[in-house]
Design a protein around this ligand. Structure first.
Ligand SMILES: [Fe+2]
Ligand SMILES: [Fe+2]
Length: 170
């Protein structure tokens, strides 16, 4: 694109090209994390059996919509930064800990997996917030809001785990 049409200042400027490229990489990783979380939460909101599974199923069903919205926000921001949202062939799964358990009544496995996924997101989003702090207030703002959602998700599932720990089941 010609420099005349590029803003002279900020993350969209020509002088910030290297920072922008690195940021797009960070955002692409975040995008994939959200997509994989959607896949994992759909499976884990359907598979579990038993009375105690119902609370987990309801929470994950709500979270799916939030994680999907996050994926969309990351994708939109990638585009705004002149990047391209990747196609599915570039996807590499990482959430080994959120695969279906051997027994569908093993709710503790699901709870611990969700906590691990949320922790990973929290760590990566803190990294993006640090990286954008002085160079991109818009991404910074967006990711701070998303981070709050993830902290809320993690806290909720920590509470579920605590209940099982108190009963000696986790
Ligand atoms: Fe998310
Ligand atoms: Fe989350």
């Amino acid at each position: 694109m010609s420099t005349e049409t590029t803003p002279g200042q900020g993350i969209l400027s020509e002088t910030k090209r290297a920072e922008r490229d690195e940021l797009i990489e960070l955002l692409t990783r975040a995008y994939w994390m959200e997509i994989e979380t959607v896949m994992s939460y759909i499976a884990n909101s359907i598979n579990p059996d038993g009375v105690r599974a119902q609370e987990i199923i309801e929470s994950l069903t709500e979270d799916i919509q939030e994680e999907l919205a996050h994926a969309n926000q990351f994708g939109q921001r990638i585009k705004e930064l002149y990047g391209t949202v990747p196609g599915s062939m570039e996807f590499t799964p990482e959430q080994s800990y959120l695969q279906p358990p051997d027994h569908q009544t093993d709710i503790v496995h699901v709870i611990k997996g969700v906590i691990e996924a949320e922790t990973g997101a929290i760590e990566h989003y803190n990294r993006i917030i640090d990286y954008t702090d002085e160079i991109d207030p818009v991404t910074n703002d967006m990711v701070i809001a998303i981070l709050r959602d993830e902290e809320g998700h993690r806290r909720l599932f920590e509470g579920f785990l605590r209940e099982y720990e108190v009963e000696g089941l986790a």
